[in-house]
Design a protein around this ligand. Structure first.
Ligand code: AMP
Length: 281
């Protein structure tokens, strides 16, 4: 695996590879890698791409200072996992390499409705930061394929929207959510859970499964209330449990099996904020 820290160096390497006829697959991450990230790299490898992974904890997408400061970092372990997964290139830029002129003069993308619901409401400015960093990374790497996780459902929609705004020919490949045995979606933030918190964290997925189970003959309102009560009793602080049209993210009050639906959940256990989602039909 080749490691690059400088934009000019990775660009030269990629140019040479593309001239040789390679197809570039790109997996942007914030590090603290787990099997969820690795599944994206494996998918890209299976599709015979030259795989570029980036690790950059982007300060502009954190609306919570403590979340940023405590974001787990494990670069040595990450590198070992990437080598094991046969990743070809690791890009680890510094903040000044990513934003040499600061971020004030960089283009700010507008994601309209997508910024006004769910994560957009709970994390003001988050998707502006995501748009900024993904646009910059795509400009540097210029891949043919971009691999993203369904785990961050709304982020996939925002990035899809960004690709449209950029008139980009990059193809986004959305990969399924990797889970632990109890259903908890793998996440770098899970590392910050204490043992008792980890023991109950699988409840988030159980809530999504029970929402799915009721889709044909139940009421979303009722099952949502049951989930909220259960999570509250276990000490979670629920931010949202929502049902939405899977293609537009239009929020739905009730099940509608004529539409493709997704259930989305965000809750805090202590100070750790977790999100998850499940396609219902
Ligand atoms: P992050 O490092 O959290 O920014 O995630 C980098 C990429 O990995 C994003 O596209 C995420 O959606 C994806 N990802 C994170 N967790 C998982 C998971 N459990 N399963 C599949 N993909 C994931």
């Amino acid at each position: 695996m080749i490691i690059f820290k400088k934009v000019v160096d990775i660009q030269q390497y990629i140019k040479n590879k593309v001239d040789e006829g390679a197809q570039i697959g790109f997996v942007p991450t914030m590090g603290a890698l787990h099997e969820g990230h690795i599944s994206l790299i494996c998918k890209a490898k299976q599709e015979a791409r030259v795989v570029v992974t980036s690790i950059f904890v982007n300060p502009t997408q954190f609306n919570d200072k403590e979340d940023f400061e405590k974001y787990p970092v494990s670069i040595e372990q990450d590198m070992a996992m990437l080598i094991d997964a046969d990743c070809d290139v690791l890009f680890i830029p510094s903040v000044s390499e990513m934003y040499p002129n600061g971020t004030d003069n960089m283009p700010a993308y507008d994601f309209g409705y997508l910024e006004t619901v769910l994560e957009g409401t709970q994390r003001p400015g988050h998707f502006k930061g995501v748009g900024q960093v993904v646009a910059r990374l795509l400009d540097i790497v210029n891949p043919h394929y971009l691999y993203m996780g369904q785990k961050d459902y709304q982020q996939c929609m925002v990035v899809g929207n960004l690709l449209k705004q950029l008139n980009s020919s990059i193809r986004m490949v959305i990969c399924p959510t990797e889970r632990d045995d109890d259903g908890l979606a793998m996440s770098s933030r899970n590392r910050r859970l204490t043992e008792p918190q980890r023991a109950i964290a699988g409840l988030l997925y159980q809530c999504l499964v029970s929402i799915q189970a009721k889709k044909d003959d139940g009421s979303f309102d009722i099952v949502k209330k049951e989930c909220e009560d259960l999570l509250k009793a276990k000490g979670f602080n629920t931010e949202y449990i929502s049902l939405a049209d899977a293609e537009t993210l239009e929020l739905l009050n009730e099940y509608n099996n004529n539409r493709k639906m997704v259930a989305l959940i965000a809750a805090k256990i202590g100070v750790i904020r977790l999100i998850d989602n499940l396609l219902l039909n």
